[in-house]
Design a protein around this ligand. Sequence first.
Ligand SMILES: [Ca+2]
Ligand SMILES: [Ca+2]
Ligand SMILES: [Ca+2]
Length: 459
Amino acid sequence: MKNQRIIQIFRNSLTIFIIGFAFQVYSQPIFTDNVTDSVSITYPTVGASNPNFVYLSPTSLTFKWTSGNGTGRIVLASLDSTINVWPADKATYTANSSYGSGSSIGSAKVLYSGNADSVTVTNLNSNAKYYFWVIEYTTVSTYNYFDTQYFLKTATYTSLPDLDGDNVPDIDDVFPSDPLRAFVTTYPAVGFGTLLFEDLWPGIGDYDFNDLVVDYNYSVVSNGDNNVVEADYTFVTRAIGGDLHNAFAFQLDGVQSDKITTVTGTKTTGVTWTTFNANGTEFDQPNHANIIVFKDAYDLLPTSGGYWFVNVDPNAPDVGTDTTKIHLTFIDNGTAPSGGTVSTAIMDAAAFNPYIIVNQQRGKEIHLANKIPSDKANLGFFGTVNDNSIPGIGRYYKSYNNLPWALDINTSIPYTKEKVDFLQAYLNFSIWAQSNGLTNPDWYIDMPGNRNTSKLIIR
Ligand SMILES: [Ca+2]
Ligand SMILES: [Ca+2]
Ligand SMILES: [Ca+2]
């Protein structure tokens, strides 16, 4: 049912006197001047609803609503105060979505007038409370008549304080006074993970999984646009349980070399079996950036006490660990490299693809299970001896019974003593691996039944 009212407006003092008098009796008309015409207004019966604010910046937002059934609607906003003067019927207002530039109605500013169901408002104060109204109107003969019964009123704060103006509020900004940085993601989230390698691939070898043991932790810094700014990697080399002089590297799957500005901290002095781009990534890796962390584990940790290997015999002197810190600059002081930016969605945990280069034989890479080789890998090793990699289906670095040659544990764990079968030290590991990871996913945790500690180097 329509909500109808009659408004009479008097313009002519002579005719009005009679007409106005007559109408006044029945409908209590509004007398605005002494000229009259009489119009019948069908007012809206449904006001606007469902207010929704979309954050755009500390000083702008998009205000959306579901429209009512008026001819159109006027949107007002007022800083810190509720409406105190209602829009006047038939008045002409100038709407402007830059707050303050439209007409004033009491404390409120006119932001919008028309048929739409959203307005993008700019020039707001940050961290300030604004009241918004949507008032339906009926247009008759180009005049707008405002409905005072059905309207939407809501309030919102503009953004929280953003000291550095990078559109990330201070409370979410890890670098609240640095406009070039906003977020840090660390892998693992706490502490270090452990990478363990068995280096006799494609043969299973002695499977003691201590030929190279490296703990790792890395953090990725991104900006307010969720693009990677820099990444810091810490690699702690703990043990060398083999006589091969392996190199250690990582590939960033899906991140091309020209998206990195510089690489620093690598230990590759004297390397003869590969070359590097000017930015420090490995040369001739067309699909994914590769970083050679160190060219030879034995450059980092010496043997001692007459033992052949490092830190894998409980009777041998503990020679400690080596820490290698790699820094990757992506966006350098606000400037992206020639290849452009990398989103944090690309540079996630799955992008980290660590591997060893066996005895510095460049084509002989050992990666984690199902991780892709670099473009320098010699694919001829796949499917030989114990390896059952099937590149066509994405199966890499797994034996016929699903055993891997490299492990990535998301916490730091002890490794095996030299020549001790890993399966004898971590008792539920083979069940886990051969089930393709379906059972015993916590096989590495220090829980009853998981470990035979007499087989482990625990320091
Ligand atoms: Ca900020
Ligand atoms: Ca910041
Ligand atoms: Ca070994």
